[in-house]
Design a protein around this ligand. Structure first.
Ligand SMILES: Nc1ncnc2c1ncn2[C@@H]1O[C@H](COP(=O)(O)OP(=O)(O)OP(=O)(O)O)[C@@H](O)[C@H]1O
Ligand SMILES: [Mg+2]
Length: 507
């Protein structure tokens, strides 16, 4: 059914077998007789040796019974890849990919399985049932999915997948980066998979357009950079989309924050405190932002602006916006700033910006300052103070001709709280600061820490020991706001309960 030359198959079924030298249409393999009745040609007698990509298509008259072909040695041995490569080559010759693409996933898999089984039989490859299953699975993944990445994509415990060329794949699990045994056949296969990923959003990656951001259908965020910019083959980075987003309760369980600290965050989320979440790459900023949004009231109209939609808000009244990169002709780009500006005309009550990285910082601050209390965003910075200066430089570099003092005054008038998250060297994530923006002293923005994480050392397993504590500030600047929302008792309880008495206060 899916042979490239279907009519050829039908007519040749009744013809005598061609001489060994004649190359049959590759599609013949689909209708090829059962292995008992045919023998592979001499050239295909050792299937595990290279150079017989079309062996499956050659249904030659018997010459001599072939010796049993190479046994697949162990998982992911060299011969596994070699054998797989050759069966794959024969399969690609045999099937019509356009026809295949019209089938649904399950049917297509069945079709491929049938053909691969035929090829294995014809080529007389000796392998156990489990090896055959493994190879079938791999080949289906190659043809229909993302090849060797499939088993990694299926796992929900992986945060990031990092492919540095065909031979090296790293993953991040539980905050730790580890090397996997997974590899691609070659850089061409990796390139094809990158291509397949980005083609889903109408883009391509090649020498002329070697960088691309994309998304997998499950929402995972993808970055691809290919040669000549990446020197050792395509580099592919995937931030896996977590179906089950972490909750504040889970963050408490992971010691990212203490229970009292979590109560403080709930108050911040609920009381419409303008909040910036700051942290390094992969430190958990988006996750924490998502957690905070759970405490927003159901009747608030929320508009989210993201480069790649990652947030999963639970409220009923949400409009989700996503920026758009330019198309192949370099047109049609919609930047984050366009989204944030537009959402000001959409009667938002809260604006949530997935990541502030450019001139949209100015619009977000303006929104926070003009009645959209409780707006939130994340930004890359290593400390709350650095977050403030990053914000300032984003505005300056955005071309706004404002004196530094004016920008700082704007920051002070807009941002209430900065929450700092960090990924520590033992792989755990911690909220290290909840810091209030207090005011200005001269030219300098003043801040005060409400809640901090103290590093106390590490245990014999290398796990970092520490504790969260409040700094003893009983009445934060947003106290009145908490009172207005009836949350002042919770706020006071959260701060009091995490005070460490009898030690000099730090922070
Ligand atoms: N507190 C946490 N404990 C354990 N895992 C976490 C925690 N916070 C986030 N993660 C996991 O870490 C990964 C990265 O999280 P997230 O996307 O929130 O980071 P990020 O700081 O927004 O990254 P980026 O800078 O790339 O946008 C995700 O897989 C997430 O599930
Ligand atoms: Mg993020």
């Amino acid at each position: 059914m899916f042979g490239k030359r279907v009519s050829g198959i039908e007519s040749q079924k009744r013809e005598p077998a061609p001489p060994p030298s004649a190359r049959e249409p590759a599609a013949r393999v689909i209708e090829a007789p059962r292995p008992q009745s045919i023998q592979p040609p001499a050239s295909a007698s050792n299937f595990a040796t290279a150079g017989v990509p079309n062996g499956a298509a050659v249904a030659a008259p018997p010459i001599a019974p072939p010796a049993p072909l190479t046994v697949m040695e162990g998982r992911r041995s060299e011969s596994f890849y070699e054998t797989k490569g050759q069966i794959f080559g024969a399969l690609i010759e045999a099937i019509d990919l356009t026809q295949l693409s019209k089938l649904d996933g399950l049917q297509a898999r069945e079709e491929i399985r049938d053909i691969v089984n035929e090829i294995i039989a014809i080529k007389n490859v000796v392998m156990s049932i489990s090896e055959q299953e493994e190879l079938l699975e791999d080949i289906c993944n190659d043809v229909l999915g993302y090849g060797p990445l499939e088993p990694l994509l299926a796992r929900d415990d992986i945060a990031d997948i990092m492919v540095n060329g065909a031979g090296t794949v790293y993953i991040e699990v539980q905050g730790k980066i580890q090397k996997t045994g997974i590899r691609f056949r070659d850089n061409q296969q990796l390139h094809n998979i990158c291509q397949r990923i980005v083609s889903q959003i109408g883009r391509r990656v090649d020498e002329s357009s070697p960088i691309c951001d994309a998304r997998l259908p499950d929402g995972s965020r993808v970055n691809v950079i290919v040669p000549p910019l990446s020197i050792d083959g395509p580099a592919l980075t995937i931030r896996k989309f977590k179906r089950d987003k972490l909750t504040l309760e889970q963050l408490v369980k992971f010691n990212t924050i203490s229970p009292e600290g979590a109560n403080l965050l709930k108050v911040i989320g609920r009381c419409r405190v303008n909040t910036l979440i700051s942290g390094g790459t992969g430190s958990g900023k988006t996750t924490l932002l998502n957690c905070l949004t759970r405490y927003i009231d159901d009747d608030e109209r929320i508009i989210t602006c993201e480069d790649a939609a990652e947030l999963q808000l639970q409220q009923p009244h949400v409009v989700r916006l996503e920026s758009r990169p330019p198309n192949l002709e370099g047109e049609g780009e919609v930047k984050m700033r366009d989204l944030v500006r537009n959402c000001l005309r959409m009667r938002p009550e809260r604006i949530i910006v997935g990541e502030v990285r450019g001139p949209e910082a100015f619009d977000l601050l303006q929104a926070m300052n003009t009645g959209h209390d409780g707006s939130m965003g994340t930004l890359h910075a290593n400390s709350p103070r650095e977050a403030l200066s990053r914000l300032e430089s984003m505005i300056t570099m955005g071309g706004f001709q404002l004196p530094p003092r004016t920008i700082r005054e704007m920051v002070v008038a807009s941002i209430d709280v900065i929450i700092q998250v960090a990924r520590l060297r033992d792989g755990t994530r911690r909220i290290t600061h909840v810091t209030e923006v207090v005011g200005m002293e001269g030219e300098v923005v003043t801040t005060q820490d409400l809640f901090v994480y103290d590093y106390l050392g590490e245990d014999h397993n290398g796990q970092i020991l520490g504790r969260h504590r409040s700094t003893g500030i009983g009445h934060p600047r947003f106290w009145e706001r908490a009172r207005y929302f009836g949350e002042e008792a919770n706020l006071a309880a959260a701060l009091d309960a995490s005070e460490v008495i009898g030690e000099p206060l730090r922070g």
